[in-house]
Ligand binder design. Structure first.
Ligand code: FES
Length: 368
């Protein structure tokens, strides 16, 4: 997100390393979250200072196939005995711990006003590390799972309620519809001016098409098999002046959209992408894995996580973008080049997130 409206701009807090944080939105958000924040402060640690585990046990109480090519399944998650779940706002996600121990993050794509269930949707990714395959093939109805409380790395500021934008423009690529769907519902229910472009490989690959087209002519659906790869102008179909853009999808779509947003005089650009960020100014280094004594070469264009998982396939990770903390590792030697926006200075003294951070020198020794 790089361009502000001419009025003071409300920028969501950013967990992707983009630096600006808007004070006004912060104040609004603080008010909206006041009760929960107070509760969380009280629950943040035990008397001994140990972190409190705020995970929840839920049960898979619903399953549905949501794309015609059968590659997207939606799960409904409820408490085993029913009851209210922690609240969330559009853009939020939960961490799901699968029975195999794999941990993955999924956006909540249901209705925040429905307080007794969460809905997530998962695209089958055959070469994605196994998490989506397990969700598709090994989570029948009744399966109990551990999930985190909802967290929000893609905060949504509503015009008139924390944002000076006059129009919202949404862009979703395929499964990127999941965080966008609750935003559409909220914008529509508040009578805010909005437009949307929904894109993907083919109509059969797009999940939740019936829910999306129910919004009528505010939505433009275009697919690569019919229309070719989208241009930035096509991704901005329907946008109006003083817009805030919210986009979720693959990196090429986000990059194309960013080019179009650059050419607009007054807009905000908020995005969430699927893939790890491109490595900028990467230098090769080596990692010594202290527990086994193995040494791993990390090429300049490869993350430490990817290099390490080639020899330690069970290394835990989730977002690959430096915000979920799943890949945190102790540093026993060398100086990390911290590239996350998540760890505190105290944590950075002897830990790093190996999905995005690298080495300042030629060698790191990690507690792996
Ligand atoms: S995998 Fe999420 S912070 Fe590294």
């Amino acid at each position: 997100m790089r361009r502000a409206l001419t009025a003071p701009v409300a920028m969501p807090p950013d967990l992707y390393g983009r630096p600006r944080r808007d004070l006004f939105l912060g104040a609004i958000s603080a008010l909206m979250n006041g009760h929960m924040a107070a509760v969380r402060v009280l629950r943040r640690s035990t008397p001994t200072g140990q972190p409190v585990d705020r995970s929840l046990v839920v049960v898979v109480s619903g399953r549905s196939v949501e794309a015609h090519d059968d590659n997207v399944v939606a799960l409904t998650l409820t408490r085993p005995s029913g009851g209210v779940l922690p609240p969330w706002r559009p853009g939020a996600h939960i961490d799901l711990t699968l029975p195999s121990g794999i941990r993955r993050q999924y956006s909540l794509c249901g209705d925040p006003a429905v307080t007794d269930r969460y809905r997530i949707a998962v695209r089958r990714i055959p070469d994605g590390g196994g998490g989506s395959i397990e969700v598709h093939d090994a989570l029948p109805l009744g399966t109990e799972l551990v999930v985190s409380e909802p967290r929000n790395a893609f905060a949504f500021a509503v015009p008139g309620y924390g944002s000076p934008a006059r129009h919202l423009h949404f862009v979703a690529g395929g499964i990127g519809i999941t965080p966008i769907l609750p935003m559409l519902r909220l914008a529509d229910s508040l009578g805010i001016s909005w437009s949307m472009v929904y894109t993907g490989r083919s109509t059969d690959s797009l999940p939740f098409v019936p829910e999306v087209i129910a919004f009528g002519d505010k939505v433009t659906i275009r697919t690569d098999d019919v229309d070719g790869l989208p241009t930035s102008a096509e991704l901005l179909t329907g946008i109006r002046p003083f817009a805030a853009i919210y986009a979720c999808g693959p990196a090429p779509m986000i990059n194309t959209l960013r080019t179009g947003a650059d050419a607009l005089a007054d807009c905000e650009f908020h995005f969430e992408r699927f893939s790890a960020p491109t490595i900028v100014d990467g230098r090769a280094f080596t990692v010594e894995l202290a527990r086994s004594g193995r040494v791993v070469d990390v090429p300049a264009d490869v993350s430490a996580l990817d290099a390490i998982t080639s020899v330690l396939p069970n290394t835990t990770y989730s977002c690959k973008q430096g915000f979920c903390r799943t890949c945190i590792v102790g540093v026993l030697g060398g100086t990390p080049d911290h590239r996350d926006g998540t760890l505190t200075d105290v944590e950075r003294a002897d830990h790093m997130l190996i999905c995005v951070s690298r080495a300042q020198g030629e060698r790191l020794v990690l507690d792996l």
